[in-house]
Write a protein that binds this ligand. Structure first.
Ligand code: TYD
Length: 137
């Protein structure tokens, strides 16, 4: 789907455990300016419900599992994240919803910009009107 992609990170697994490196601009398609985590999400809570104008992000589920619904005009994708060697890249003008967080879910988010509330589009109707222009559909 446009502006959404699954990334597979190289894993170094041996009898001592598993090590997964993620290098800025090499393993992910942007320079990391910000990192945040989402944990302790209560049952049935859904998060997200927004898109970004400029921001690129990669979501990595380090523990547990979570579902991510990504939407652009006329397309929708549901991805279950449950493997720390997989990153879900989400680029600009993609509406995202996160739900079915397991109790033990640790979601790591790598982001291309510092936090900026003005970069958010939180109204879904407005999102569609802007995304149609952005994607030219
Ligand atoms: P938000 O992005 O709306 O969370 P989600 O999409 O997971 O539902 O952010 C929740 C709150 O946290 C909001 O008040 C903004 C704040 N926040 C920061 O201060 N810095 C950040 O880097 C992020 C992502 C959020």
């Amino acid at each position: 789907m446009f502006n959404v992609a699954e990334l597979k990170f190289k894993t170094n697994k041996d009898k001592y455990g598993c090590l997964i490196p993620i290098e800025s601009r090499k393993d992910i398609p942007f320079q990391i300016e910000r990192v945040y985590t989402i944990t302790n999400v209560p049952d049935d809570v859904k998060r997200g419900f927004h898109a970004h104008r400029k921001l690129h992000q990669v979501l990595v589920c380090l523990n547990g599992n979570v579902k991510i619904r990504t939407i652009i005009p006329n397309k929708e994708l549901i991805t279950e994240l449950n493997d720390s060697s997989i990153g879900l890249y989400i680029g600009p003008f993609v509406w995202r919803e996160m739900y079915d967080f397991s109790k033990d879910c640790v979601l790591l988010v790598l982001a291309s910009e510092f936090f900026d509330e003005n970069d958010y589009i939180r109204n879904k109707d407005f999102y569609y009107s802007e995304a149609i222009k952005y994607f030219g559909v």
